[in-house]
Design a protein around this ligand. Structure first.
Ligand SMILES: NC(=O)c1ccc[n+]([C@@H]2O[C@H](COP(=O)([O-])OP(=O)(O)OC[C@H]3O[C@@H](n4cnc5c(N)ncnc54)[C@H](O)[C@@H]3O)[C@@H](O)[C@H]2O)c1
Length: 327
């Protein structure tokens, strides 16, 4: 039996696949090398996976029903799905809203249909949601029990839609599923569109870093190794079935420390040995001011309690950033 991992060339997907392979699982990985950011980084993440026994790669778009049907026919042996392929990024959802609905809603539906057609063979459907679903909530830390009816971006709305679609499928078809609300993930192999990479590059090149909301932003930065471990802990914890056998759980995966963005910049300055040029800017619609995860349920059910602090994780990210970019 194997695990189907979508978005396998992505930041989180590649690390999850690596861990699954390391514990002897077979992995079927899917990705379409979306051009949202430089696919060269995606090829580089995939390289060590391709050389590992038990790994099979299929280049496909998750919103392409025929391609996914062909994949299911060619690989009839996976019994779990980790669906991480998505169009990420809050800001970009104002630039190209259609790709968010195509990948995050249609692609999500195609994955759910594939899971449904597996019937009893499917043991667990795990998928990526996001802390962005908490949107305009002012109560901190964010708990999975909190109402999430005020997304502040189309990206967040698609992630919330994903959760509701899974809820319906779990109910209608007796599916076991777990959604993971990731909080600002950073670390080696990180995404160039996210603040850690943007900060590192700008400081290295002596360029200006724009800090929105006049720099009054706090984020619950969560180290990639913890996220990969938490995703696998979730995969291993199949929720107990309800009346029709189905069950759907949601968990926050966040480090639980809301860190001031200016402190994060100072850690990059220290790790790179250079000062940052900061430009304070007003807030942009869609950008949340503060995020912090309540992980009581995650710790209770999955035994997950992250330890890596930004003081430890940012130097590790910078080390990789320099090596990868040959600086
Ligand atoms: N990184 C974070 O901080 C964060 C936070 C919250 C949620 N998430 C979610 O976690 C998941 C993984 O995010 P990530 O940071 O690894 O992003 P990523 O962009 O690095 O990885 C996503 C991968 O999916 C692939 N992809 C995109 N569209 C596809 C399609 N139509 N078909 C097949 N593959 C496609 C991309 O090529 C990419 O390799 C996403 O669902 C994202 O929304 C990430």
């Amino acid at each position: 039996m194997s695990v189907l991992v979508t978005g396998v060339a992505g930041f989180i997907g590649s690390q999850v696949a690596q861990r699954l392979l390391a514990r002897g699982e077979a992995v079927v990985g899917v990705d379409n090398f979306s051009p949202y950011y430089d696919p060269v980084l995606k090829f580089a993440r995939l390289k060590p996976l391709r050389g590992t026994e038990g790994f099979t790669f299929v280049e496909a778009d998750v919103a392409d029903r025929d391609a996914l049907a062909a994949l299911a026919d060619a690989h009839p042996d996976f019994d779990r799905i980790v669906h991480l392929a998505a169009q990420p990024g809050v800001r970009h959802s104002k630039v190209d809203p259609y790709i968010y609905v195509r990948t995050n809603v249609m692609g999500h539906l195609v994955m759910l249909e594939l899971a449904r057609e597996m019937g009893g063979r499917l043991k667990h459907f795990v998928y990526a949601s996001s802390s962005s679903v908490y949107g305009g909530n002012s109560k901190l830390p964010f708990s999975v029990e909190d109402p999430v009816d005020h997304p502040e971006s189309l990206y967040a709305a698609t992630k919330r839609a994903d959760e509701l679609m899974v809820e319906a499928y779990a109910h209608q078809y007796g599916m076991r599923a777990t959604g993971l609300r990731y909080f600002t993930v950073y670390g080696p192999w990180g995404r160039p569109d996210m603040s850690p990479y943007i900060f590192a590059r700008a400081i290295h090149e002596g360029k200006t870093i724009p800090l929105y909301h006049m720099g009054r932003i706090k984020r619950d930065f969560t180290y990639i190794d913890e996220i990969a471990a938490g995703t696998i802990a979730a995969l291993d914890h199949v929720p107990a079935g309800g009346v029709r056998g189905g069950a759907h759980r949601l968990y926050n995966l966040g480090a639980t420390r809301s860190v001031d963005i200016r402190h994060v910049v100072s850690l990059f300055e220290k790790a790179l040995g250079k000062s940052a040029n900061i430009e304070l800017k007003p807030g942009e619609a869609g950008d949340m001011r503060e995020t912090a995860a309540d992980i009581a349920a995650t710790t209770r059910d999955l035994g997950w309690s992250p330890k890596v602090t930004v003081e430890e994780g940012i130097p590790l990210f910078v080390e990789w950033f320099k090596r990868y970019n040959r600086l």
